[in-house]
Design a binder for this molecule. Structure first.
Ligand code: HEC
Length: 106
């Protein structure tokens, strides 16, 4: 019985480790508009137009971060958010600039 519990916790830990942080190698189709890239790469966690998930969680619209800070976040990730290593600086800057245009809803 104990063995079964530890198998479950190992599986859970593996899921957590692979699902969180780390790297995401997503690369957009060349010439994709920033809003398309955002919808493909970010929306799953940050909601449509960065409106957040589960209420305010992961909300990105109305951010007071600078474009430089946003670019750094996209390319380096965070404790949970993956680093988007497949996005070059110009693409990341395009997304960051797009994020600054999102209306601060709610
Ligand atoms: C796997 C889910 C996930 C994906 C995909 C994801 N993020 Fe995140 N993001 C998070 C989480 C969780 C946090 C907060 C904790 C952290 O930094 O790890 C966060 C934090 C951020 C922050 C900092 C917000 C603040 O106010 O400090 C920015 C900016 C951001 N994400 C932008 C993006 C962009 C742009 C994309 C798409 C290229 C993206 N994220 C894709 C999960 C994700």
């Amino acid at each position: 019985m104990n063995r079964r519990i530890s198998m479950v916790s190992i599986a859970a830990a593996t899921l957590l480790l692979s699902g969180c942080g780390g790297e995401n190698s997503y690369t957009p189709v060349a010439g994709s508009a920033p809003d398309v890239v955002f919808a493909e790469a970010c929306q799953g966690c940050h909601g449509v137009e960065g409106a957040g998930k589960f209420g305010f969680l992961f909300k990105l619209n109305g951010t007071d971060k600078s474009v430089e800070e946003l670019v750094a976040k996209i390319r380096s990730g965070g404790p949970i958010m993956p680093a988007f290593v497949g996005l070059d600086a110009a693409t990341a800057e395009g997304i960051a600039t797009y994020m600054k245009t999102l209306p601060a809803a709610k």
